[in-house]
Design a protein around this ligand. Structure first.
Ligand code: AMP
Ligand code: ZN
Ligand code: FE
Ligand code: FE
Length: 287
């Protein structure tokens, strides 16, 4: 059974809509796929309705959080949340706040770029996304590609949008401890996404992962395209020490990245351990 627990659809910053995403997952031979759009659960229903017979959908989200980095500073972290009640009032309110903030941040970045003469228009980008969409830097990257300034989204990040490139605007994200509590209270489980993906920017230390494990974190993403072999070994050992579930996932974003769905997978026994700790929403089975 092939299991991919981290994917994005057009509901956030992927390029396959939820129906297409489920079809692509099936075509790639996956038996289980999690939909983890940034700061929204709006894709759960269309994805569930499109499931082919026997395929399982794990409803999830990738939450934008902030954490101590273990060196005296603060750092952005992503928390994958699964199988929680999407109607829990605390979650609904926090996700709405994050989406609003994402839109004002995109506007701030786009305005700065436009002031520097770059061909981006905040109204045009936001207008194409829908009023409640979680806007992100990949949408700005696509605009730069459309304008012919860059050939790919990856190139747009490398030249303009990556942290430290001059166009980063910080967000007021959720303290990761609060996010872990909030999801646990809503019956769900949490997995720290790409914890040591240092090419993306600063990361947390192993000590921080230990603190989060004590707080109730369920797992860590070990096999991720942004982790090299040494990082994976280190994280696997850390997870074992701390009793955390070890997941593997592609972080598929359609054509916004060169990663294929199912490129990284979660061992079935780790998936079972993850689901066993959730008390909320069930895995949805198709057909
Ligand atoms: P945001 O949510 O606006 O902070 O944008 C983060 C998203 O941008 C991530 O989920 C990735 O999909 C993408 N991303 C972040 N860093 C890079 C990078 N260096 N190259 C390509 N895509 C990236
Ligand atoms: Zn993304
Ligand atoms: Fe992420
Ligand atoms: Fe992601």
């Amino acid at each position: 059974m092939r299991i991919d627990l981290h994917t994005h659809s057009t509901v956030s910053d992927g390029t396959d809509d939820p129906t297409e995403l489920v079809a692509v997952a099936a075509a790639a031979g996956l038996g289980v796929v999690a939909l983890t759009d940034h700061d929204t659960t709006a894709g759960w229903r269309p994805a569930a309705e499109a499931l082919p017979p026997g395929m399982r959908l794990v409803p999830g989200a990738e939450l934008s959080c902030v954490s101590d980095d273990g060196r005296g500073g603060r750092v952005s972290v992503h928390l994958l949340a699964y199988l929680f009640d999407p109607d829990a009032p605390a979650i609904v309110a926090e996700q709405r706040r994050l989406r609003e903030q994402r839109r004002s941040r995109l506007r701030a970045i786009a305005d700065r770029m436009a002031a520097d003469g770059l061909p981006v228009d905040a109204d045009e980008i936001l207008g194409s996304l829908g009023p409640d969409a979680p806007a992100g830097r990949p949408h700005l990257a696509q605009a730069l590609v459309r304008a012919g300034l860059c050939d790919t989204v990856d190139e747009a990040f490398a030249s303009y949008l990556a942290t430290g490139r001059g166009y980063s605007v910080p967000r007021r994200d959720t303290p990761v401890e609060h996010a872990i509590d909030m999801i646990a209270e809503a019956g769900g489980v949490t997995v720290l996404a790409h914890p040591f993906a240092f090419q993306r920017g600063p990361t947390v230390t192993a000590e921080v992962v230990e603190t989060l494990a004590r707080r109730g974190l369920t797992g860590v993403e070990v096999d991720h395209p942004n982790h090299d072999a040494r990082t994976r070994d280190e994280l696997r050992a850390l997870a074992k020490d701390l009793g955390l579930v070890r997941t593997g996932s592609s972080d598929y974003h359609g054509t916004n990245k060169s990663i294929r769905i199912g490129q990284e997978v979660t061992p079935p026994e780790e998936f079972d351990a993850l689901v066993a700790q959730a008390t909320g929403t069930d895995v949805v089975v198709g057909g």
